[in-house]
Design a protein around this ligand. Structure first.
Ligand code: PLP
Length: 393
């Protein structure tokens, strides 16, 4: 036997990738599958961004770059954050990384060890808990509740902070619920965090452009009282339809920057050079495509919520952010995972059972509406027929 360290008994993964693989296999075998499972925009990366990468390669940008990313890109990130949130960030606190995930990986690695507590949203992005367990730290779920519009509660979060708490993970707009935490609640949380000066905050804001119904995104960098212990996670994947490019960034406080730089040098050396030039074009070029994409998501959001609310036994609150709907399925009589499984195998609709995002996800499904309106309508029709004709397993 190849004997690896015990941490590998504890690491988890993302079931969305397994569902994607199964849906792809079924489709390859001739089944008509509608994929509302994976969380990635169905749009193409805008042409001018692709062209910038092609040009970068022709211009000879195919060697290593600094481990932390090219300076013009780090400057562009700082300028973008200033433009959107009126925050002043030094480019030497910005690090370019291969996607959004490495920031959570590195942050959790920096603070996770046996005896430490790490707070994370439940339901939430599954990699948070997976990585916390991997490090041997104790995962402390912060409940995200439908009755609170899937926002986190400042009071409940603060009550869960123990003397062992080292890291608090926040995510708004949120995966899988689409929840957006309102500013007064964030104000309250940040005020309360003053009583816990040793707790570092990692704010995952990868869906920050995708807010609806007149919401404005609140960037945690806007709070000066926690600036010296705030890690910002963001990137290009969702905003610019660039999931496969693997391009993200972090803003690190203090000496965490150097820790992260060393992890980067040990792990990936630097991010693909041409992708960095694409990211630079994305931030400094026209933003019309982002606006168009968000407007399209908003349209589909209304269609999906309306459609779900018409299905027998389902009810769906209107999500204010990201591109996910998180319908409550309790009145269908089904548990979430068997229903997700049956919908894929029998009705050809790929979606994810809520428990894949944490124990509090039971009773819910996650649908990504990053798919065409036509496909969304077809999926809703199939789900309706399935629920009307099939008893709960
Ligand atoms: N954070 C959240 C909340 C996400 O939903 C995702 C992707 O689904 C990520 C981070 C990871 O993004 P990336 O693909 O850039 O690593």
């Amino acid at each position: 036997m190849l004997k690896t360290v015990a941490a590998f008994d504890r690491i988890g993964e993302e079931n969305a990738f397994a569902v994607l693989a199964r849906a792809t296999r079924l489709a390859a075998a001739g089944r008509d599958i509608i994929n509302l499972g994976i969380g990635q925009p169905d749009f193409r990366t805008p042409d001018f961004i692709v062209e910038a990468a092609v040009k970068a390669l022709h211009d000879g940008h195919h060697g290593y770059t600094p481990a932390v990313g090219i300076l013009p890109l780090r400057e562009a990130v700082a300028a973008d954050l200033h433009r959107r949130f009126a925050v002043t960030i030094a480019p030497d606190t910005v690090m370019i990384l291969p996607g959004g995930k490495p920031t959570m990986f590195m942050s959790i690695l920096m603070f996770g060890e046996p005896g430490a507590d790490i707070l994370y949203p439940d339901p939430g992005f599954p990699i948070y808990r997976s990585m916390i367990e991997f490090t041997g730290a104790r995962p402390v779920p912060v409940p995200i509740r439908e009755e609170n519009n899937f926002a986190f509660s400042a009071e409940e979060t603060l009550e869960l902070i123990t003397p062992q708490a080292r890291l608090l993970i926040l995510n708004s707009p949120a995966n899988p619920t689409g929840g957006v935490t309102p500013k007064p609640e964030i104000d309250k949380l940040v005020a309360g965090l003053e009583r816990h000066p040793d707790v570092v905050v990692m704010s995952d804001e990868i869906y920050d452009h995708m807010v609806y119904d007149g919401e404005t995104h609140v960037c945690l960098l806007q709070y000066s009282s926690i600036r010296d212990r705030l890690i910002l996670l963001n990137g290009w994947s969702k905003t610019y339809a660039m999931t496969g490019w693997r391009l993200g960034y972090a803003v690190w406080p203090g000496k965490l920057y150097d820790h992260a730089r060393k992890l980067a040098v040990n792990l990936h050396s630097c991010v693909n050079a041409a992708a960095q030039y694409a990211g630079l074009a994305a931030l400094t070029g026209p933003q019309d495509d982002v606006a168009k994409m968000v407007a399209e998501f908003d349209k589909r959001r209304k269609i999906v919520v309306e459609g779900l609310n018409r299905l027998p036994g389902m009810s769906c609150a209107r999500p204010k952010g990201a591109f996910y709907a998180f319908p409550n399925i309790r009145r269908t009589g089904w548990k979430a995972k068997p229903l997700a499984h049956a919908l894929l195998e029998e009705a050809g609709v790929a979606l994810i059972g809520g428990p894949d995002f944490g124990v509090l996800g039971e009773g819910y499904l996650r649908l990504s509406y990053a798919n065409s309106t036509e496909n969304i309508l077809r999926a809703l029709e199939r789900m309706g027929e399935f629920l009307a004709g099939r008893k709960a397993a």
